[in-house]
Write a protein that binds this ligand. Structure first.
Ligand code: PNS
Length: 158
């Protein structure tokens, strides 16, 4: 059985992330989506909110679980029994940093596998989704509908 871990900030989850989760779920027996609890960087959504969003967005996917972690992703992989870290690559600009992390994570004992983002999602990022909603723009079809509502609520209460 091969278990993969898909780590990230997911602040918030986008349809690009969800495409990677769906494709990884077809390649691996189990996929654990792992939200980084970054003590030094407060996000827009709390880690619990992000986990809840991911659980809702992946509820119909078999073999997908969602959790959160602090510290090294390789330690989280060992805790949950994941053999491989899966990441999406949107563009060449993602490559250098992802390669560095993959090589370091390999040195620490965990392999990485990359999925090329679908062309329609290559320009998506969580930060762009936050910015466009904050400024009143439209992101229909780029994140799940319920995420748009949650983003609007966040900015309305600021
Ligand atoms: O969605 P992001 O912000 O691109 O995700 C980055 C993430 C969470 C995958 C990366 O920062 C990470 O793995 N952090 C955990 C800490 C860690 O293991 N650092 C060493 C990596 S070699």
């Amino acid at each position: 059985m091969t278990k993969a871990c898909y780590p990230g900030s997911f602040d918030p989850v986008t349809n690009g992330h969800l495409d990677v989760v769906k494709r990884a779920a077809r390649l691996f027996d189990e996929v654990v989506v792992a939200v980084l609890e970054n003590q030094s960087k407060r996000g827009l959504f709390t880690v619990d909110e992000r986990v809840e969003m991911l659980r809702r967005a992946t509820a119909d996917l078999e073999g997908v679980k969602v959790g959160s972690f602090q510290g090294l992703v390789v330690e989280f992989c060992r805790q949950v029994g994941a053999d491989v870290i899966v990441k999406g690559l949107r563009a060449v600009s993602d490559f250098d940093y992802e390669m560095q992390m993959a090589q370091m994570n390999k040195r620490m004992g965990i392999e990485s596998a990359f999925l090329a983002a679908k062309p329609e999602y290559t320009y998506l990022s969580s930060s762009l989704m936050r910015e466009v909603i904050a400024l009143g723009g439209n992101i229909d079809g780029l994140v799940p509908d319920f995420v748009i509502e949650l983003l609007k609520e966040k900015f309305a209460n600021r």
